[in-house]
Design a protein around this ligand. Structure first.
Ligand SMILES: CC(C)(COP(=O)(O)OP(=O)(O)OC[C@H]1O[C@@H](n2cnc3c(N)ncnc32)[C@H](O)[C@@H]1OP(=O)(O)O)[C@@H](O)C(=O)NCCC(=O)NCCS
Length: 385
């Protein structure tokens, strides 16, 4: 079916405001700056929950009791290892290669060479494989960080929780309690976020009844882009280039005077400050003081204040990326690993939403309005002008 461009059709570029499905996993209220997972406010989850418990909540729709959480934790721990052959192949990747590309390739390799990934493609099989991927993502990501740093991967420590183990596998040493708490909170904050681009990409692939590894690689691919997950890397690079609050003022004023975009600002849905940025701002301050990076925090605050003054009235405020990069930097994580960490956490939301969607599956098939030429005659190649 083809419509004429002259017809009065509503076109929603970027599918803005188009409702493509129902969900009971979570939502964000962009005007109130609210983010909710399964009915629980993100501020409460960040304060009282753990990533493992939040993953259980996202997947099963309720907070676990003690026994359920223990069983779930044990399962995550048992699923953490990634085949040596996958890591060896990644180590042979020609450099320089972006870690998000390595992550995407790592997931594909797992599915291709690890026979235990060949599970039943029913909903339960996909959920179980999804849980395994949630558990393996930190191992894969930390191994990539170490490979890129010419170091050997550190195997997971079954005695550590998800966040502590992740930091341990990246840095090769046990994290301080504050660092562990901050990583845990950051993983909780990034776990789900409505029908964002990467989640939608996962759903588009999953709805074809493709396997879950393929769906997750689609999510990773979408998240790689600077308009989605890549902004925190850009923010920290900007902060590191500025050496004082005076520099920060000059930088922000120049961006604003030239009506350019401030990186780490703006969001398709939030027209007020992103609640995740609000939570991370406090942790960014705490960890920056402890690690001797307070100057970076002050630079960020200076840009934030000027940015809000200039752009806040039109609803452009700091988003999660504005502070997440600073937090990761203070945790000693290499800059190029910031977006992969986002993926480590978001895999939980991707899996939860994939499983939910395919229970009532319908393949995605939007339409595009054809506005190209009509009725052209084919001209043989040698006769073309
Ligand atoms: C996130 C983002 C892609 C959302 O894009 P979007 O919903 O398509 O919004 P648009 O790019 O159409 O911008 C809408 C308006 O807000 C302004 N705006 C959006 N982001 C802005 C920013 N970071 N700084 C200044 N102004 C911004 C645009 O200039 C535009 O203004 P106009 O209507 O006067 O032309 C966009 O805000 C952006 O590019 N931000 C910077 C990158 C970033 O931080 N990404 C991480 C997101 S979590």
């Amino acid at each position: 079916m083809r419509n004429s461009p002259d017809e009065n059709l509503d076109i929603s570029e970027g599918l803005e405001d188009v409702i493509a499905s129902t969900t009971s996993i979570g939502y964000l209220d962009g005007q109130k700056g609210k983010l909710v997972y399964r009915g629980y406010d993100i501020f409460d989850l960040a304060e009282y929950s753990t990533f493992e418990e939040t993953v259980f909540l996202l997947l099963y729709g309720k907070l676990p009791d003690r026994t359920e959480l223990e069983v779930f934790n044990d399962k995550l721990v048992s699923y953490r290892p990634v085949m040596d052959e996958v890591l060896d192949r990644l180590a042979g990747t020609p450099c320089p290669c972006h870690p998000m590309s390595m992550l995407r390739s790592g997931i594909s390799l797992m599915e291709c060479i690890d026979e235990t990934c060949q599970v039943a493609q029913d909903i339960e099989g996909k959920r179980e494989m999804g849980i395994r991927l949630i558990a393996q993502m930190p191992t894969l990501t930390a191994s990539i960080a170490r490979i890129l740093n010419n170091e050997l991967p550190v195997p997971p420590d079954p005695g550590l929780g998800h966040a502590a183990n992740f930091l341990y596998m990246i840095n090769g040493e046990l994290a301080e309690p504050l660092a562990e708490k901050i990583m845990d909170v950051s993983l909780i904050l990034h776990a789900d976020h409505g029908m964002n681009a990467s989640t939608f990409a996962c759903l588009v692939v999953a709805a074809t009844l493709s396997d879950i590894h393929s769906a997750i690689t689609a999510g990773i691919s979408a998240l790689k882009g600077p308009l989605h997950g890549g902004a925190n890397e850009m923010v920290i690079n900007i902060l590191l280039d500025l050496h004082s609050q005076e520099d920060a003022k000059r930088y922000a004023d120049e961006v604003i005077a030239n009506k350019k975009k401030l990186v780490g600002f703006g969001h398709r849905v939030y027209s007020t400050i992103d609640p995740r940025a609000k939570i991370l701002r406090q942790y960014a301050e705490d960890i920056s003081i402890i690690t001797g990076n307070e100057c970076l925090f002050k630079i960020a605050r200076t840009i934030e204040k000027r940015g809000i003054k200039a752009y806040g009235k039109k609803g452009v405020c700091p988003n999660v990326d504005f502070y997440s990069g600073l937090v990761y930097y203070c945790l000693g994580i290499p800059t190029n690993m910031f977006t992969p960490i986002f993926a480590v956490s978001r895999t939980a939301g991707w899996v939860a939403r994939i499983v939910e969607y395919i229970e009532h599956n319908r393949i995605f098939r939007p339409r595009a309005l054809y506005v190209g030429p009509e009725g052209l005659s084919y001209v043989p190649i040698d006769e073309r002008e």
